[in-house]
Design a protein around this ligand. Structure first.
Ligand code: ZN
Ligand code: ZN
Ligand code: ZN
Length: 250
């Protein structure tokens, strides 16, 4: 489990096999026994409440995943540094600018966009700066993104995204420290705490007095960065930061 910890990013060596982080259920020991029987060279280690399973080959990793899926186990995948998307921000676009238009433009320039969202700079209060966050798949071309001068005929400023000191919240299971693209846990809705993604919640309207599923207080949802239970992570440098808002429902 490294997703959110900048200091551990450096440890990932290019050829290492990414770990599978198993959620501990009452039968975790049986699961480990079975994995040890099938793949005796796997190494298991308790990390941040998950059992981090590292296979000795890509093939055994895939077979371990198959075994876990067949047995309905929940887990989170670690990700190789080189598989993580490039995160960049676009500045100076109008706040109401269509993200579809930006996508079309970037696609035509051969960039593979994974995700797009708008950010709020919480240090300027209000109005927020129009800042767009892009996750771009690392390809041969991806580094060229920094050479882009205009998008949709408008001058833009492109920068590397700097993390905030608040953790990533997974928009699938609503837990912290990992992204939905690596999440094989059951979905959990922050509006009603049922097993669906928040975006699929039957409650589509804004809730007047939302109850936070993490701190149990009323008045905010668990995605609110001011929630007392929202984890703060230690960043190496004191850089200005932006907060992510693209997954916050209503
Ligand atoms: Zn998740
Ligand atoms: Zn719901
Ligand atoms: Zn809360």
């Amino acid at each position: 489990m490294e997703i959110d910890h900048p200091e551990s990013n450096e440890k990932a060596s290019p050829n290492s096999i990414p770990a599978i982080n198993l959620l501990m259920d009452p039968n975790y020991n049986l699961t480990l026994q079975e994995i040890a029987r099938k793949f005796p060279k796997s190494v298991n280690k308790l990390i941040k409440g998950y059992i981090s399973i590292t296979a000795d080959s890509e093939e055994n990793r895939n077979n371990t995943l198959k075994y876990l899926n067949e047995n309905d186990k929940e887990y989170i995948l670690s990700e190789r540094q080189e598989d993580r998307p490039l995160k960049i921000v676009f500045k100076n676009l109008p706040i109401t600018h269509s993200t579809d238009l930006i996508k079309q433009d970037l696609k035509s320039k051969n960039f593979k966009i994974i995700r797009i969202g708008q950010l709020k700079d919480f240090k300027t209060n209000p109005p927020p700066h129009p800042i767009f966050l892009f996750e771009i798949a690392k390809t041969e071309n991806s580094k060229n993104i920094y050479n882009i001068k205009t998008v949709n005929f408008l001058n833009v400023k492109i920068e590397t995204y700097r993390k905030t000191n608040k953790a990533t919240m997974c928009f699938k299971c609503s837990r912290f420290h990992h992204s939905a693209r690596n999440c094989m846990r059951k979905a959990k809705c922050i509006k009603c705490a049922k097993n669906h993604e928040t975006k699929d919640c039957p409650t589509k309207t804004k809730i007047d007095t939302p109850k936070c599923i993490n701190c149990q207080e009323t008045g905010h949802l668990a995605s609110w960065r001011g929630c007392p239970k929202f984890p703060i992570i230690t960043l190496p440098k004191n850089k200005p930061s932006y907060a992510q808002t693209e997954n916050q429902p209503n």
